[in-house]
Design a protein. Structure first.
Length: 456
């Protein structure tokens, strides 16, 4: 296994750097293609969220891989390499696996235990599959991460160690113990209709918000979200919620009415300037609470200085979460991660030798066929029943001779340091490397076909 991850997150970089380094969704595909076009890498995936940017790759050279991935991250993020480098972290092989599984379980999140990251990992895998940059290693790794993340949430109380970023943000915004009582009956504006904005809207509705407007660049997406919230069985159906979808051009008018404003878009610039917020508050007696969950930020930091406005953004959430209590279940989740890292490494090492074992058995089958054909030439008078009995006997002898060593070599190969057994097997039986490579390519094509079928 030659897995490499290079990235930066809220743990390694200030929010101001993360904000500038944020990748636009449309730019991720180009980054992945550039990675696999580089010499050291054969697979790539990018995990980009509001508080982390991580590039995963299967590389054949460690130092060259680190240099190439760092350079590409800098180029696509727009932050100079010299400025970016001090904030980058690097994980390799088992440590890279450990890192992603920890991320999937919420151990590395700004709010420990939050489950939103699982959807983001799923999206990262989907993009890599669409770009055809995820081969066997990254497909296996990201699928494993999703399974481990779900296991951690189902087997432990890690969810209680922290809340979703939305819930945590609302708690910081309200600054009162009973968030539901604070939200109840208020007028709210949610800007954006992506996964985080949808979660924000749903959270507000479940807490009893009185009126909700959803603004989005594509109005149809906002309308769909409103429909889900208000349809029979939806969270707002029984509350008498008044909800509507509006275009981004209507934000000005909605801002003048809103008491709670939550924004999370993929915009590259500010969505709400300080001037627009001040204008919306002019002549009002009530306050405006603003929660900015976007990276880069949607709401002007100048809102902190506007009378009647309270702003909570990613930077202030990062500061607040540093003192968040840790649940005892975190230790259990760490144990799960360590166990799953070992299992993943063993599975990858065992998979590495499988093509060699298949090639060995193929060679043995070819030898049997050749010898039976030679026997036919020497003993042409054998009837079909005799020939079949001889053929079956020879095949049983070969299978019994190969069974114990092939089973044992798979067991040995799954242990740490077992990668050399495949080479030893090829050398001992003089197996053609091209035959082994052909088996590997066939397996990879089968994996890609299965992944495409699952997406469909």
């Amino acid at each position: 296994m030659s897995l490499l991850v290079v990235g930066l997150s809220h743990r390694s970089a200030p929010v101001s750097v993360l904000e500038r380094a944020a990748l636009a969704p449309e730019g991720r595909g180009k980054l992945l293609q550039d990675v696999v076009s580089a010499e050291p890498a054969t697979e790539s995936a990018v995990l980009s969220t509001c508080n982390r940017i991580e590039l995963y790759a299967d590389v054949d050279k460690f130092h060259a891989g680190v240099a190439e991935l760092s350079t590409l991250l800098a180029r696509h993020s727009g932050v100079g390499l010299e400025e970016l480098t001090p904030y980058l972290y690097v994980h390799y092989e088992d440590r890279a696996v450990h890192h992603l599984l920890s991320v999937a379980c919420g151990l590395d999140s700004m709010v420990v235990g939050e489950g939103q990251i699982l959807g983001q990992i799923k999206d990262a895998l989907a993009v890599a599959q669409e770009q055809h940059t995820a081969g066997r290693l990254l497909n296996d790794l990201f699928q494993q991460a999703l399974r481990v993340g779900k296991r951690a949430h189902s087997e432990t109380g890690i969810d209680k160690a922290g809340q979703s970023l939305v819930t945590f943000g609302l708690e910081q915004l309200a600054a009162v113990p009973d968030v539901a009582a604070w939200v109840r009956g208020k007028r709210a504006l949610v800007i954006g209709a992506g996964s985080m904005s949808s979660l924000a809207a749903t959270t507000l509705v479940r807490n009893g918000v009185g009126e909700l407007a959803v603004a989005n660049r594509t109005v149809a997406r906002a309308e769909r979200l409103v429909q889900i919230l208000t349809e029979p069985g939806g969270p707002g159906a029984a509350t008498g919620l008044t909800a509507r979808a509006v275009a981004m051009e209507a934000v000005e008018a909605e801002l003048a009415r809103a008491e709670i404003v939550i924004s999370c878009t993929g915009a590259s610039g500010l969505v709400l300037s300080g001037e627009r917020i001040a204008a919306a508050l002019a002549g009002r007696d009530d306050r405006m609470w603003l929660l900015d969950l976007a990276m880069p930020r949607d709401i002007d930091a100048a809102a902190h200085r506007i009378d009647g406005a309270r702003l909570v953004d990613i930077e202030s959430l990062a500061e607040a979460s540093a003192d968040a209590p840790m649940a005892a279940d975190v230790d259990t989740v760490r144990g799960i991660v360590a166990e799953e890292v070992a299992a993943f490494g063993a599975a990858q090492r065992a998979a590495h030798i499988t093509p060699t074992v298949v090639a060995l058995r193929t060679m043995a089958a070819d030898v049997v066929s050749s010898e039976i054909a030679r026997l036919d030439g020497r003993l042409p008078d054998l009837d079909d029943k005799q020939r079949a009995e001889i053929t079956q006997t020879v095949r049983r002898v070969v299978d019994k001779l190969l069974h114990a060593p092939t089973v044992r070599v798979k067991q040995l190969a799954s242990e740490p340091g077992g990668a050399g057994y495949a080479d030893a097997l090829r050398e001992l039986f003089d197996l053609d490397p091209q035959t082994v490579a052909a088996v590997s390519r066939a397996d990879t094509r089968a994996d890609q076909h299965d992944a495409a079928r699952e997406r469909a």
